[in-house]
Write a protein that binds this ligand. Structure first.
Ligand code: SF4
Length: 618
C-alpha cells in the first residue's frame, strides 16, 4: 500500500481553488517536500518567468515524515523562482507549518496569480479563504504573526514584513517567528502577489501510518540515543552557536530554548532583554550576530547585536546578505571609494544607529536602501570594479561559511554548486568542524548511503576531496528535504540510511531499499538542477568568489583559503580542479557543468532533457 498525497491549487487572481490527489505512482519515483515540489515547479512554471509576476508559483510541500514523531521531522519546503538571482530553488524551515498542513489533509499547496488587494490565505480542514489583509499591511513580521495568532491559534503562520511588501529582493521571513525561510526574496514573491501571510489552522486529519509497531520501535530507539547524547544539554544551555566567551553569561541569562514539533534538540532561541536600552525586546534568533559595532563593553555589544537581529527579523531582511553589504559599504566609504554623493548624503559609520537606519531604508527602498534591497551583487554594479571582491557572494547570495576561516569542507564548497547560490542548507555532512580524520568521512559516507563502490574509491584515494564528497553530502541533504527531516548536524548525526529506509517503509508502506532512496534523492536534486539549467545557469555560475583569494583580516590576523585540514593554501586552480572532480562524481559534463543526457537516462529523467542543450555524455 502507498499513501496518496494531496495537492491544493490556489489562484489568487480569481480566488479559485481545487484539490487533487497526486498520481500514486509518483511517490515511488519522487518523495515529498523537495522531490515533488521540484517536479511541480518543472511542469507548471515555464522558463523565463519574472519572479515577481503572477506566473511565478509558491509551491509548499511537506514530506512523508512531517507530522509524525520522527525526531526533527518538522521541515516545510517552499519552491519558487527567487528574485535575488533568478534561481528556481527550494527553501526550508522548521516550525509547525508542515505538521499543521498534514493535519488539514494536504501535502502540497501551489499558489499562483496575484490578488487585487492585500489578502492572507487561511486554510482549515473545511475550507480555504482569502481574507482581506488591509489592516495587516504595513505591520512587521512579528506584529503580523501576533495579530493572526490572536485570532486563529492553534495555527502556523508565514507572514511577510515591510521588506516583502516593498519587493526587497534580499528579503526573508519566518515560520512561527523562529524558523527562517526564503532568503533571497520569497517574501518579495509573496508581496508581488499581495499575499501578506499564509496561515494553517490545526485540523483533525489523523497522521497516516502503515506499520505503527515498527515505527514506534524505531522512533523510541532514536529518542533514547538523542536524550542520552551529552551535547544535547550543551546545545540547550548555550544555543546552536554559542556566544563569544565575553557574552556567554548575558546570553545564558536572556535566552530561552525553543523546539520544533517532534524535536528533542530544541536549538532554536528566543531572547528576552529585560534591562538596558532595549529593555522589553523579545526576539528569535539562531545565534548571536558577530557584529560588535562600536560598543564600549561586551554587554552593550550583546544588546546591540540582539537589537540588530531583531530589526532585520521584523522588517524581514536577510541578515547574512545585509551584514555582508553593510560592512562592505562602510569599508568602501571609509576608504573613500564611495562618498556622500553615492550614499545620498548619509555618513556611513560602523555603529548600531547607522545599521538600523540602513535596515529601515532597505525595507522601504529609500535612498541607498534601493541598492541594498537588491542584494550583494548590486554593490558591484553601483561602485564598479573597485567593489569586486569587497563582498564574497555566489550567485548573488553572500557566503555563509568562509573557507578562509575554517578550511574548504563540503559546507564551504557546496555554496558554489548549489543552484540557489551561497547557502548552508544544501550539504555539509560531516565536515561541520575542521580537522576530522579521513576515516570519519568514510564512516559517515557509509551512514549517508554512499554506494559501496564509491566508498571503496573514496577510501582508496586516502584524502578528503570536497569536490567528490559534496556530491554525496548534497544527495543526503536532498533526501532529508524530501522527507521533511531537519538536516542540521545535531539531528542528521543520529540517522543512518538503513534507519531512514525502515522508517520510510513503516510510514508509507512503500518498500524502498537504501540504494533506491539515495537514487530518488539524487533524482530530486537533479530536477532542482535542471530548473536552473533551463534558465541558463552552468559552470560559469559555480565559480568561487573573488574575495576568497584575497586575505581576510580578523582581529588583526590574516586568513587565507586553505584545504579542509588547514595545512595547504589553495589557489583558484585548486578550486577549479575540485569543481572538475565534483562534476565527474555527479556524472555531469565537466566543461559545461551540465547534467548529461546519459545521466538523465540513468535517473529515469530523459524526458526532461527535451528542449535543453545538454551534452550527450562525458
Ligand atoms: S534541530 Fe532545531 S531546527 Fe532542527 S528540528 Fe530541532 S529545533 Fe527544529
Amino acid at each position: 500500500m502507498s499513501i496518496p498525497s494531496r495537492i491544493l491549487y490556489v489562484n489568487l487572481t480569481d480566488g479559485s481553488s481545487r484539490a487533487e490527489t497526486i498520481d500514486p505512482s509518483l511517490p515511488r519515483d519522487l518523495i515529498g517536500g523537495y522531490g515533488i515540489n521540484n517536479k511541480l515547479a518543472y511542469d507548471l512554471m515555464p522558463p523565463g518567468i519574472d519572479p515577481l509576476s503572477p506566473e511565478n508559483l509558491i509551491i509548499i510541500g511537506a514530506g512523508p515524515f512531517a507530522g509524525t514523531l520522527v525526531p526533527g521531522s518538522a521541515k516545510i519546503l517552499i519552491t519558487t523562482r527567487f528574485p535575488i538571482n533568478g534561481a528556481f530553488a527550494t527553501a526550508a524551515a522548521g516550525g509547525s507549518f508542515a505538521l499543521m498542513l498534514k493535519s488539514v489533509g494536504y501535502d502540497h499547496v501551489v499558489i499562483s496569480g496575484r490578488a487585487r488587494d492585500p489578502v492572507f490565505l487561511s486554510l482549515t480542514e473545511e475550507k480555504l479563504e482569502l481574507v482581506d489583509a488591509g489592516d495587516l499591511w504595513g505591520m512587521d513580521t512579528y506584529e503580523t504573526d501576533d495579530a493572526l495568532r490572536s485570532r486563529y491559534e492553534p495555527c502556523s503562520i508565514i507572514p511577510i514584513g515591510p521588506a516583502g511588501e516593498n519587493l526587497v529582493k534580499n528579503s526573508i521571513t519566518f515560520v512561527d517567528k523562529a524558523g527562517t525561510i526564503g532568503r533571497g526574496g520569497l517574501p518579495a514573491v509573496m508581496g508581488s502577489k499581495n499575499l501578506k501571510a499564509i496561515i494553517v489552522q490545526l485540523g483533525k486529519v489523523p497522521m497516516r501510518m502503515t506499520d505503527r509497531l515498527t515505527f514506534h520501535r524505531l522512533v523510541n530507539r532514536l529518542h533514547d540515543r538523542i536524550m542520552s547524547w551529552p551535547n544535547r544539554q550543551v546545545i540547550q544551555d548555550n544555543g546552536l552557536m554559542p556566544a563569544p566567551p565575553d557574552m556567554s553569561e548575558v546570553h545564558r541569562r536572556t535566552r530561552r530554548p525553543l523546539a520544533c514539533p517532534s524535536c528533542p534538540l530544541a536549538d532554536k532561541v528566543m531572547v528576552c532583554l529585560d534591562e538596558g536600552p532595549y529593555a522589553g525586546l523579545r526576539t528569535y534568533m539562531p545565534h548571536i550576530s558577530a557584529h560588535r559595532f562600536s560598543a564600549k563593553n561586551s554587554t552593550e555589544a550583546y544588546e546591540q547585536s540582539i537589537k540588530y537581529s531583531d530589526a532585520l527579523n521584523r522588517y524581514g531582511i536577510g541578515g547574512t546578505n545585509f551584514s555582508g553589504l553593510f560592512y562592505s559599504i562602510v569599508d568602501l566609504y571609509q576608504q573613500g571609494i564611495i562618498t556622500r554623493e553615492d550614499t545620498g548624503g548619509i555618513e556611513l559609520k560602523n555603529d548600531i544607529e547607522t545599521a538600523l537606519e540602513l535596515i529601515r531604508m532597505t525595507a522601504y527602498r529609500k535612498g541607498l536602501g534601493e541598492v541594498l534591497a537588491e542584494g550583494p551583487a548590486e554593490i558591484e554594479r553601483l561602485v564598479g570594479e573597485r567593489a569586486i571582491g569587497s563582498i564574497a557572494h555566489i550567485k548573488g547570495n553572500a557566503i555563509v561559511r568562509d573557507p578562509r576561516i575554517g578550511g574548504l569542507g563540503t559546507m564551504e564548497f557546496e555554496q558554489m554548486t548549489t543552484p540557489r547560490g551561497a547557502h548552508i542548507a544544501a550539504a555539509g555532512s560531516p565536515s561541520y568542524d575542521p580537522g576530522r580524520p579521513f576515516a570519519d568521512f568514510v564512516r559517515h559516507g557509509e551512514r549517508m548511503g554512499v554506494s559501496a563502490q564509491a566508498l571503496k574509491w573514496l577510501e582508496e584515494s586516502g584524502v578528503f576531496n570536497p569536490g567528490r564528497y559534496s556530491k554525496y553530502s548534497e544527495d543526503w541533504y536532498a533526501l532529508f528535504n524530501c522527507l521533511s527531516l531537519c538536516n542540521r548536524a545535531q539531528v542528521n548525526r543520529f540517522y543512518h540510511i538503513d534507519t531512514i529506509a525502515a522508517l520510510y517503509t513503516a510510514v508509507t508502506g512503500i518498500e524502498s531499499s537504501p540504494e533506491e532512496l539515495m537514487h530518488i534523492a539524487e533524482r530530486a536534486w537533479t530536477i532542482g538542477k535542471l530548473l536552473s539549467v533551463r534558465e541558463g545557469f552552468d559552470r560559469r555560475h559555480d565559480h568561487a568568489p573573488v574575495a576568497w583569494f584575497h586575505p581576510l583580516i580578523r582581529s588583526g590576523e590574516e586568513h587565507r583559503i586553505t584545504d579542509y585540514d588547514r595545512t595547504t593554501n589553495l589557489t583558484r586552480g585548486d578550486l577549479e580542479r575540485f569543481l572538475d572532480d565534483y562534476y565527474d562524481e555527479r556524472g555531469y559534463d565537466r566543461v559545461s557543468g551540465l547534467p548529461t543526457r546519459e545521466k538523465l537516462r540513468e535517473l529515469g529523467l530523459e524526458s526532461m532533457a527535451e528542449g535543453l542543450n545538454l551534452p550527450e555524455g562525458r
